[in-house]
Design a protein around this ligand. Structure first.
Ligand code: PEP
Ligand code: MG
Length: 320
């Protein structure tokens, strides 16, 4: 399967019954971009920009950031590049960004809250992204959104910068759905966000109230928990109500057992680990959306993650 998938590397991905599903890659550095494309990625669905900001004494300049983003955009040869704004916090400290010690870093100043608390840093990152040519190849994505004001404040800043720089091409601004709050209000957020991408790693952590970094709970931390699946379904419905696409960029998008359920819930973009792109593309082209929908409905009726996994294994044996 992998060999045939690689042979089709350059082609867009569809389900067996013809629904277009974009399979893109998560990237964490410029070096990963070309191999991801060679593997068949249709672009980048999540650029984790932390690599530019961590383990250094001062923040990267606009020019330095712009050069990195441009290198990645060039390596993607015009394909879409979704740049996630800086997602650091108490758990990933940077010396130039003093964040007071927090008892619960996962519930503290992190994700887009950091950028809004340090507006100069946020503005510099936006300027660097806006400098990438051609305008529009880069889309901007906000991490850890919990309140619509966060989106509105970044939108206002983005509009001001575009006006100042004379950028007339619309620059898409989307959000990550990583908090239960964002998932259950996806219909409201989707009125103002250009796209939604579900970060299932954090969404699972916050839904199950289990720290993703705590080994004591790690074995129970499964994104196939029916509560998480219901929130994913709710997000897709909220997005679709306003004509927005919903993707998944968390670990579930790289999990072959999870992918048919995600498609059945309405997800149309999967951003996977670069190495998983051929497997996930092949899997998508093997299943029908009709079968995935029935399968997802059955998964939503399961009482536990273990039941969903058992169901998913039997679906894989029969349909894939
Ligand atoms: C996620 O939370 O699922 C996600 C993609 O973001 P990160 O893993 O970088 O927190
Ligand atoms: Mg996250």
């Amino acid at each position: 399967r992998r060999a045939s998938a690689l042979a089709r590397a350059g082609t867009p991905c569809h389900t067996a019954d013809g629904t277009r599903i974009e399979v893109v890659a998560n990237l964490g550095s410029a070096a990963e971009a070309a191999p991801a494309i060679a593997n068949g990625a249709e672009g980048c669905g999540l650029l984790r920009t932390e690599f530019l900001f961590l383990e250094r004494d001062t923040a990267p300049s606009v020019a330095e950031q712009a050069a990195e983003y441009q290198a990645i955009a060039d390596a993607l040869e015009g394909r879409p590049l979704i740049v996630r704004l800086l997602d650091i916090g108490g758990d990933k400290p940077a010396p130039y960004l003093p964040i007071a010690g927090e008892e619960n870093p996962a519930l503290g100043l992190r994700g887009i809250r950091v950028g809004l608390a340090h507006p100069a840093l946020l503005e510099e990152q936006l300027r660097a992204i806006l400098a990438v040519q051609p305008t529009g190849q880069c889309k901007i994505m906000l991490p850890m959104v919990a309140q619509i004001e966060e989106l509105r404040r970044v939108r206002a800043l983005l509009d001001r910068l575009c006006a100042e720089l004379g950028i007339a091409t619309p620059v898409q601004l989307g959000i990550m759905v990583e908090t239960p709050a964002a998932a259950v209000t996806a219909d409201l957020l989707a009125r103002e966000a250009d796209f939604l991408s579900i970060g299932t790693n954090d969404l699972t952590q916050y839904t199950l109230a289990m720290d993703r970094a705590n080994p004591a709970v790690a074995s129970a931390l499964d994104g196939l928990h029916p509560a998480v699946l219901r929130l994913i379904g709710e997000t897709c419905r909220g997005g679709a109500a306003h004509g927005r696409w919903t993707g998944v960029c968390g670990g579930l998008a790289s999990d072959p057992l999870a992918v048919p359920i995600l498609l059945g819930l309405g997800v149309t973009e999967l951003s996977t680990a670069p190495v998983m792109v051929p497997t996930i593309k092949a899997l998508v082209s093997d299943v029908t959306l009709a079968a995935c929908r029935d399968h997802a409905a059955a998964a939503l009726a399961c009482a536990s993650a273990a039941e969903v996994r058992a169901l998913a294994r039997s679906f894989a044996t029969k349909e894939m």
